[in-house]
Write a protein that binds this ligand. Sequence first.
Ligand SMILES: CC(C)(COP(=O)(O)OP(=O)(O)OC[C@H]1O[C@@H](n2cnc3c(N)ncnc32)[C@H](O)[C@@H]1OP(=O)(O)O)[C@@H](O)C(=O)NCCC(=O)NCCS
Length: 159
Amino acid sequence: MAISVRRATAEDLDQLRAQQARPELGLVDKHFEAQQAGSLIFAVAFNDDKPVGTALLDLESQEYNPELRNMYVYPSARRLGAGRALSEFIEDEAKSAGFTAVYLAVDPNNEKAVPLYVSLEYHPTGEHIFVEDPEIPQVEDGIEHSKHYAVYKKSLTVR
Ligand SMILES: CC(C)(COP(=O)(O)OP(=O)(O)OC[C@H]1O[C@@H](n2cnc3c(N)ncnc32)[C@H](O)[C@@H]1OP(=O)(O)O)[C@@H](O)C(=O)NCCC(=O)NCCS
């Protein structure tokens, strides 16, 4: 088993479309087009040559820029290090683009993601974003999602 991460290519799209949590939203194609236009980076994690998850670096986020968004590791591939590898890839991309920090917004009830980000030295800024109805809830069925996502920031200048 070897986890690797790179930007999505056109050849990856069929496999990624097949894994979409909400195919009707067409997010794989929207995100790939946005990457082609230069407004985000669409990262894909592979376990050997099989895609196991994706994440975005939004380069045109309104308030908190750049923003790590839509981190998703397929349920069958959790706890193998793909989430950590995706985050680190996104951070390296942000650094290469000249940014000194990365932001993200996480549901405080997200008991998987909060420990991931804390272990990677993201810190809460104390700010919150009001999320009435998330496109894709971060928490699993049965866990109530919060309407206030916490904003976290990681400095890229201290390592
Ligand atoms: C959150 C998520 C991306 C983590 O992905 P992953 O590939 O399983 O995470 P990793 O294997 O890289 O785990 C890295 C660290 O995160 C923490 N972590 C991950 N899953 C965890 C869990 N279920 N419970 C507690 N801590 C967890 C641990 O510190 C872990 O390190 P360890 O395995 O050495 O203890 C994945 O669970 C997921 O896609 N969840 C649904 C979508 C989501 O919540 N996205 C985040 C939106 S902000």
